[in-house]
Design a protein around this ligand. Sequence first.
Ligand code: WT7
Length: 660
Amino acid sequence: MSDDTTIQSVLSEDRVFDPPADFAQRSGGAWIESIEQYCELHAQSIADPEAFWGAVAEELHWFKHWEKVVEWQCPDARWFTGGKINACHNCVDRHVDNGFGDQPAIIWEGEPVGDEGPEIRTLTYADMQREVSRFANALKAQGVGRGDVVTLYMGMVPELAIAVLACARIGAPHSVIFGGFSAQSIVDRVEDASSKVVITCDGAWRRGSVVPLKANVDEALTITDVVEQVIVVKRCENDVTMQEGRDHWWHDVTASVEDECPCEEMDSEDMLFLLYTSGSTGKPKGIVHTTGGYLVHTFLTSRYTFNLRHHQDHVYWCTADVGWITGHSYIIYGIMQNGIPSLMYEGAPNHPGPDRFWDICQRHSVTHFYTAPTAIRAFMKWGEEHPRRHDLSKLQVLGTVGEPINPEAWMWYHRVIGHERCPIVDTWWQTETGGHMITPMPAATPTVPGSCTLPFLGIDTAVVDETGEEQPADTGGMLVVRKPWPSMLRGIHGDRQRFIDTYFSAVDGMYFAGDSARRDASGNFWIMGRMDDVINVSGHRLGTMEVESALVSHDAVVEAAVVGMPHEIKGTGIAAFCTLSGDWKPDDALIDTLRAHVAAEIGAIAKPDMIRFTDALPKTRSGKIMRRLLRDVAAGREAAGDMTTLEDFSVLAKLRSDED
Ligand code: WT7
C-alpha cells in the first residue's frame, strides 16, 4: 500500500433518523420542509449566489442599499458593497420600530440559587434599546469613537450583551475575551488590537465561587500600558481596587447619560468585531469579521438551522459563552436579528446540582437548545436520572457544535433529552466562518449520528485533495469551501501573510478549513478532525476522533483522547487516554478488551499502542481536549508552549506523575 492510503469508512453507522413527522406542526411551521426543497434551493443558491444572498439581505434594515452583492478576488471577499447598515439596529431597534418593543429579547438567569430561587432578569427589546443606548453614550463620553477597538472581559451577565451591542451601535469593533482566560491573554490581545478601553466585571460566578475578573485586568495592566480606561460592572460585590482616573463603575458612567443614541451608519465592510482564536502556533490570531455579510449569514442560519419562527412562544438557549464565536453569532447577533428571546445563563451546568440545565429548560420552557458534545458526555456521566426528573416536553430542536459528536453521545442526546421527537442539528463551522456551514435542516434533512450532514444553503463545501480534486465517497481529504460566503473572515488582524498561509495556501483558490473530512455515499459530511490531529500510522491516515468515538462506544469509557506518539516501526503509534465510568477497573484486562473493541469497530490498524487511564482529561477552558499536551505526555516530553488556557493544571501534573 502506498503512503497515503486512506482508511475508508471506518465506523459503520447505518442508523438514519428522518425528521419527526409532526415536527412542523409542533413548531408552528417549517422554513425548509423537505429534503427535496433543500436540494433544489441549495442548487439554486450555488448557481446564483448573488440572487440568493441578495434576497436574504433584503429582509434586513439598510440605511443605504448595497450596489453589489459580492466581489471576490481570492482571498478577499467584499459583500454588499456600498451598503450602509448597523448591526445593533437590526438586532434591537428594528423590532421596536415594528411594534415588538415589549417582547423579551434577553432572558438572563444568574448562577447562585437563593431561598427564592435564582435571580432572573428579562430585558425586552425596548429595554435593550434604552440600556444599549445609555451605555453607548457612556462609551462616547469616555472618548470611544468609530473604529476604536473595545475589549470586553466579562462574565455572562446582561451587561455583556448590552456592551457588545453598544459597541456595534457606535461603530467601535468589540474584542471579547473569554472570562476564563488569564491576565497574560488579556495583555496579548489588547496589545495586538491596540485597544485602549476594557469593560469588565468585579467578578463572575462560576460553580459557587467568584472568578476575580477585575483583579485579572489589574494584573494585565501592570504588564501593558496600552489600556487607558476600564469600566467595571458590579456583579459579585467582591473586593476590587479602583484606580483613580483609570477605572470607572458601569453604574456611575451610565448614571447621567441620555437614553437615546443614534446608530452609526456603517459601511457593509466595516469591522464589526475581532475575535481571537488559537492557531497551530502559540500566538492567538485576531479573526476579523465585518458587518453586512456577517449579519445576513447569521440571520439566515439562525432562522433555518433552528427553524426559528415569530410568535410561536420560542425560547432559544445556547449554552456557550459570549466569549466564543458561538455566543457572538448564536446568542446575540443571529438570534436577536430574528426577534427570538435568547436565554443567557451565567454559570456552570452542575451548580448547585447536575440537573441545573434541565431545571432551566423546564422553568423557562426552552424550545431550542444548543450545546457542545463535551457537555453531553458530562451529562451522560452524571446519569440520566437528572434530566429525567424534569419536564423537557417543550423542546423542539437540539443543536450541537464544537467538535465531532460521537454516535453514542448523539443517541443519548436524542433519547434522553429529545425524547426521540427532536431533530438534532450537528452544526459544523468555525470562528473563521462566522456562522453555520454544514448542518441539517431540522424539518428536512435525515440525520445520521456523528455526521453534520449537508452544506447550508449558499455554501459550497467539498472534500478535496491537494490539487482541489474532489475525493470519492468515503475517502478522507481536506475540507474546503470553494465559494465565498457572507460571514467569512476578512483577515487576521495585522497579519496578512498568516491569513493567506493558513487558509488559502493548501489548495489553490479555495478556503481550507484545517479539518479533514469525508463524504459518505449519501453526500453526508463526516468531520474526521483537525488536520494536525490526523495521524499517519504505518502510512495509513486515521482520524484521532474516530478512534475516540470507537473507544467511547464501549461501556467502560466515558471520554477518550487519542494522539499520535513516536513509534519505531509504524512512524506514528496511537496513544489513548481514557476516563472510565464508575464501576470499571483500570487494569490490563480492560486494556486488552478496549484494543480488541477498537479493532472490531474500525480495524486492527486503529488499535491503540498505549492506553492510559486517567481521572480527567486536560482541557482548555472552552472544553477542548489539549491534544498537544497529551502528545507530550505520550512521548514522555515536557509539555511546552502556551498553557494559559489549561482548565486545570493539576490534571496535567497527575498525568505526568503517573509516568514515574
Ligand atoms: C473547529 C472550529 C464553531 C464554533 C465552535 C468551535 C471543530 C466545530 C464541529 C462539528 C465536528 C466541529 C472543527 C472546526 N468543529 N463544529 N459540528 N463537528 N467538528 O469554533 O473554536 O473556531 O473551532 O471545531 O474542527 O475546525 P472554533
